[in-house]
Design a protein around this ligand. Structure first.
Ligand SMILES: Nc1ncnc2c1ncn2[C@@H]1O[C@H](CSCC[C@H]([NH3+])C(=O)O)[C@@H](O)[C@H]1O
Length: 338
C-alpha cells in the first residue's frame, strides 16, 4: 500500500485545471495588445500602458495584476515590470522571444478544436472530420509563420547531427516542411546541400521566404502538393520527416515511409523527428502530453513510441537506429536506412 502523504490533499490541482483557460486568455490578450512592449525595460503604470496600447485603464490594471499573480510581471506601487521569463521569452524586443507561438497554440482554431466539445473527441477517439489534416488548411500557414521559435532548437540539433555524418547530405527532401526550419538549418550546416521542401502551396511560400532570409535561397526549392501523392523525385541522401507522421494512423505512416524508402539514394537515410514518449506513454511530460494534442486535432494521430516507429519502418522496408535526443528540444530523432 502506498504510504499516506503527511499533508492533506488540497483541491488546488483540480481548480487550476478547471480555470486553465484564464491563463491562456490573459497571456493572449497581453501579447495581442502589445502589453509587454508597452511596459518595456523601465516599467509603466496603468495609465501609461493604456495610453500606449490604446486600451482601457481598467482592463490594463486588471490584466497586469493577474499577470503579476501568475509570475509574468512584478509590481511595485502602481508600476509593473517585466519578470525575467517575460523579458527573455515574451517581450517582442528579446532575440529569444517566443511570443508569436500564441498565434497557433492559443489561436481560435486550436481553442475551438480543444474546448468546444472535449468529451466528443474522447468518445470518438479523434477530431470530428479531418480537422488539422484537411488539405490546404490555412492553420498551417499560421503555424509556418508563427512557430519558428518552437521548432528552431530541434532543427538546429538535427542539422548538427547530419552535418557530422562521414558524408554530409547533398540532396535533401524536407517532407511537410512548414516554415522550413529543418531543411533550412541543414542547408546552413552543410554547405553542399540542396533542399526540396514539400508542403501545401501557401505553406511552402512561407518556407521559401524563410530560406531567402536565411541566405540559402539559391539551394532551396519548393514543391507544392500532398505528401502522400506528389511526385518528389528520388536520389535523396536525406529525407527529413519532422513532425508529420504524428498526424496519421499506423497504415498511413507506413505508406509515407514506403514512398520515402523508394526515393532514397543508395546509402541515403531518412530522419523522423518527433515527440516520442517512453513505452509507458506517461513520460517525459512534453512528449507524453503531445498525444492529447493529437486526439483533439486529428482523426487518427498520436505520439507514437519508438517501438511503434521502428515497426512502421520495418513494414516499409527500412531499418532504424536507436532514437537520439535533440536536447534542448524535447523531440527525438530516429534515423532510418534501407
Ligand atoms: N498530406 C500532406 N501533404 C503535405 N503537407 C502536409 C500534409 N499534411 C500535413 N501537412 C503539413 O505538415 C506540417 C505539419 S507541422 C510541421 C512542420 C515542420 N515540418 C516542422 O516540424 O516545423 C504542416 O506544415 C502541414 O501543412
Amino acid at each position: 500500500m502506498a504510504e499516506e502523504s503527511a499533508l492533506p490533499p488540497t483541491p488546488q490541482l483540480f481548480v487550476d485545471a478547471v480555470l486553465a483557460y484564464q491563463k491562456t486568455a490573459a497571456i493572449r490578450a497581453a501579447v495581442e495588445i502589445g502589453l509587454f512592449a508597452a511596459i518595456g525595460p523601465t516599467g509603466a503604470d496603468a495609465e501609461a500602458i493604456a495610453a500606449q496600447v490604446g486600451a482601457s485603464t481598467r482592463g490594463v490594471r486588471i490584466l497586469c495584476d493577474y499577470l503579476t499573480v501568475l509570475g509574468f510581471l512584478e509590481k511595485s506601487g502602481t508600476v509593473w515590470y517585466q519578470a525575467p521569463v517575460t523579458r527573455t521569452f515574451i517581450d517582442p524586443g528579446s532575440p529569444t522571444s517566443m511570443a508569436s507561438i500564441i498565434r497557433f497554440l492559443a489561436g481560435p482554431e486550436l481553442l475551438r478544436l480543444f474546448l468546444e466539445d472535449p468529451a466528443g473527441y474522447i468518445r470518438r477517439g479523434g477530431s470530428e472530420g479531418l480537422a488539422n489534416t484537411t488539405p490546404d488548411d490555412p492553420i498551417w500557414v499560421t503555424f509556418a509563420e508563427s512557430m519558428t521559435p518552437f521548432t528552431i532548437a530541434a532543427a538546429k540539433a538535427t542539422a548538427a547531427h547530419v552535418a557530422a555524418w562521414p558524408a554530409p547530405p547533398r540532396l535533401v527532401l524536407d517532407v511537410a516542411a512548414g516554415g522550413g526550419m529543418f531543411g533550412i538549418s541543414v542547408a546552413q550546416a552543410c554547405a553542399g546541400a540542396s533542399v526540396v521542401a514539400v508542403d501545401w502551396s501557401d505553406v511552402v511560400a512561407v518556407a521559401d521566404r524563410n530560406a531567402d532570409q536565411a541566405g540559402v535561397g539559391e539551394r532551396y526549392r519548393t514543391l507544392a502538393g500532398d505528401a502522400f501523392s506528389v511526385n518528389w523525385g528520388s536520389g535523396y541522401d536525406l529525407v527529413l520527416l519532422p513532425n508529420i507522421l504524428h498526424h496519421f494512423d499506423h497504415a498511413s505512416c507506413v505508406a509515407m515511409l514506403r514512398r520515402v524508402r523508394d526515393s532514397l539514394a543508395p546509402g541515403g537515410r531518412a530522419a523522423i523527428i518527433e515527440f516520442v514518449p517512453d513505452s509507458d506513454r506517461v513520460a517525459p511530460p512534453i512528449p507524453a502530453s503531445f498525444a492529447f494534442m493529437m486526439v483533439a486535432t486529428t482523426q487518427h494521430g498520436d505520439a507514437f513510441t519508438e517501438v511503434e516507429y521502428v515497426a512502421m519502418a520495418r513494414e516499409a522496408g527500412l531499418r532504424a537506429e536507436t532514437a537520439v535526443s535533440l536536447a534542448p528540444s524535447p523531440e527525438r530523432l530516429i534515423e532510418l536506412y534501407a
